[in-house]
Design a binder for this molecule. Structure first.
Ligand SMILES: *Cc1c(COP(=O)(O)O)cnc(C)c1O
Length: 392
C-alpha cells in the first residue's frame, strides 16, 4: 500500500449542495478539538442554539443541531412526532417528498400522498381536500424548497390549513434556511429540519431542527418510545436542553459545530434579510445571463427558488458531457436533473457562499464557451454582459 494524504481538487460548487464553504468556516473547523463536555464547549453550544433561533426566526426552546446530515433531521422530526398507526398527509412535488413517505412508513404510520407535478409548488387546494378525506390526519408534511426542481411552496398557507384541521405541520427547510424567507413562529411551523451545507456556507453533516411547544406536548405524551434511541429528543435534550445537566448522550461532532457556529456568526453579521436579498439578486443576475444565452427556467418566476435554478438543456446536447467538461476543465460543479427531470435540466445552485457574483460569471462564461464549442445554437457572448448589467 502506498496511500498518502488526500488533497481534494479546489472546485466551485454550484450544484444542489454541498455549496462552497466559506474560508472562515473551514478555518474554524481547524481549531483544536476539545471535550464535548468542556465548559468552553458548552458555552459555544448555547450560542449555536441562540443563533439557530435567529436563523429560523423562532423562540422555540427546542432548537438544536442534530449531529448528522439533513436526512437525520428528517428522521428526527417524523420519528419523534409519529407513532404506529398515525396518519400523515405528505406532499410530493419532487424527490424529497418521496423520502418523507419512506420515513413515515418506517415509523409504522400511514402516509396519505398529495401529488403535484415536478417543478410546481404544493397545491393548497389538494391539501384541503386531503384533510376533508382524512380528518384524523395527525400532521401535514411538505418540502418548503424542493431542491430537486427549484420550486418553493407556500409554507404559511399550508401551515394554516394544517392548523385549521387540528394537525401539526412539519417542513423540510434544508435548502431554504438562510436563502429564502422563512419564519417559523410567524408561520406557526411545529417541526422543521434543515442542513448545514446548502445556504449556510457550512460543511455537510449537521442538521438544525426546531420543535414548537405544540410539538413538544405531542412528543412528551407519546404512548410508545421513539423508535430511534439516537434521535429521541427526550434523550437528546439531556445534552442540549435549556436546563440540562449536559449529560453524555453521544459525542458531539465538536469541530463540525465550530464550523456551524462560525457560519451562523456570518449569517448574523450579514443579517438574515440581507442574506435572503443576496440570494434573490444573484438569481436575477444568473437569470439575465441564462436567458440572454437563449436558455430558460422550468419553474415559474412566481415560485422559483433563487438558490436552485433548473435550467433547460439545448436540443441535441449531451448534458452529462457538458457537466463533465465543466468539472474537468473549469473545476466547476453543477447538478444534473433528478427523477422526472433527469436528462431534462441542469440544476445550478446559488446557495450560501456559492451565491456570489464571481461564481455566476464563471458559470455563465464556462457554459457559453462549452455550448458554443458543441454547436448548441446559443447566443454566444451575450450571457456575461447581460448578467453584469444587473450587478451595477
Ligand atoms: C439536501 C436535501 C436533503 C438531505 O440532506 P442531506 O444533508 O443530504 O441528508 C433533504 N431535503 C432537501 C430539500 C434537500 O435539499
Amino acid at each position: 500500500m502506498n496511500i498518502t494524504s488526500f488533497n481534494p481538487p479546489v472546485r466551485t460548487l454550484m450544484g444542489p449542495g454541498p455549496s462552497d464553504v466559506h474560508p472562515r468556516v473551514t478555518g474554524a473547523m481547524a481549531r483544536p478539538c476539545i471535550g464535548h463536555l468542556d465548559p468552553a464547549f458548552v458555552g459555544m453550544m448555547d450560542e449555536v442554539k441562540t443563533m439557530l433561533q435567529y436563523a429560523f426566526q423562532t423562540k422555540n426552546q427546542l432548537t438544536i443541531p442534530v449531529s448528522a446530515p439533513g436526512s437525520a433531521g428528517m428522521e428526527a422530526t417524523f420519528q419523534n412526532l409519529l407513532e404506529h398507526g398515525d396518519k400523515a398527509i405528505v406532499c410530493q412535488n419532487g424527490v424529497f417528498g418521496g423520502r418523507m413517505k419512506e420515513v413515515v412508513e418506517r415509523c409504522g404510520a400511514i402516509a396519505v400522498m398529495v401529488e403535484d407535478d415536478w417543478g410546481k409548488p404544493v397545491d393548497p387546494q389538494k391539501v384541503e381536500e386531503a384533510f376533508k378525506a382524512n380528518p384524523d390526519a395527525k400532521l401535514l408534511a411538505f418540502v418548503h424548497a424542493e431542491t430537486s426542481t427549484g420550486a418553493r411552496s407556500d409554507a404559511q398557507t399550508l401551515s394554516k390549513i394544517a392548523h385549521d384541521n387540528d394537525a401539526l405541520v412539519l417542513i423540510d427547510a434544508v435548502t431554504s434556511l438562510g436563502g429564502s424567507e422563512l419564519k417559523v413562529d410567524e408561520w406557526e411551523i411545529d417541526a422543521i429540519y434543515s442542513g448545514s451545507q446548502k445556504c449556510l456556507s457550512c460543511t455537510p453533516g449537521i442538521s438544525p431542527v426546531s420543535f414548537s411547544q405544540r410539538a413538544i406536548d405531542v412528543i412528551t405524551s407519546r404512548k410508545t418510545k421513539v423508535q430511534s434511541w439516537f434521535l429521541d429528543t427526550n434523550l437528546v435534550m439531556g445534552y442540549w436542553g435549556p436546563n440540562a445537566k449536559r449529560a453524555y448522550h453521544h459525542t458531539a461532532p465538536v469541530n463540525s459545530l465550530y464550523a456551524l457556529h462560525e457560519s451562523l456568526v456570518m449569517l448574523q453579521d450579514e443579517g438574515l434579510e440581507n442574506s435572503w436579498a443576496r440570494h434573490t439578486n444573484n438569481h436575477l443576475a444568473l437569470r439575465a445571463g441564462i436567458e440572454a444565452m437563449g436558455l430558460s427556467f422550468i419553474v415559474d418566476e412566481e415560485y422559483r427558488l433563487p438558490q436552485l435554478n433548473s435550467v433547460t438543456i439545448p436540443d441535441g446536447i449531451d448534458e452529462a458531457a457538458v457537466r463533465s467538461i465543466l468539472l474537468n476543465e473549469f473545476n466547476l460543479e453543477i447538478g444534473a436533473g433528478l427523477g422526472a427531470l433527469a436528462g431534462k435540466v441542469w440544476r445550478i445552485g446559488l446557495m450560501g457562499h456559492s451565491s456570489r457574483a464571481e461564481n455566476i460569471l464563471l458559470c455563465l462564461g464556462a457554459l457559453d464557451v462549452v455550448l458554443t464549442d458543441m454547436g448548441a445554437g446559443i447566443n454566444s457572448g451575450a450571457a456575461l454582459p447581460a448578467a453584469q448589467a444587473t450587478m451595477k
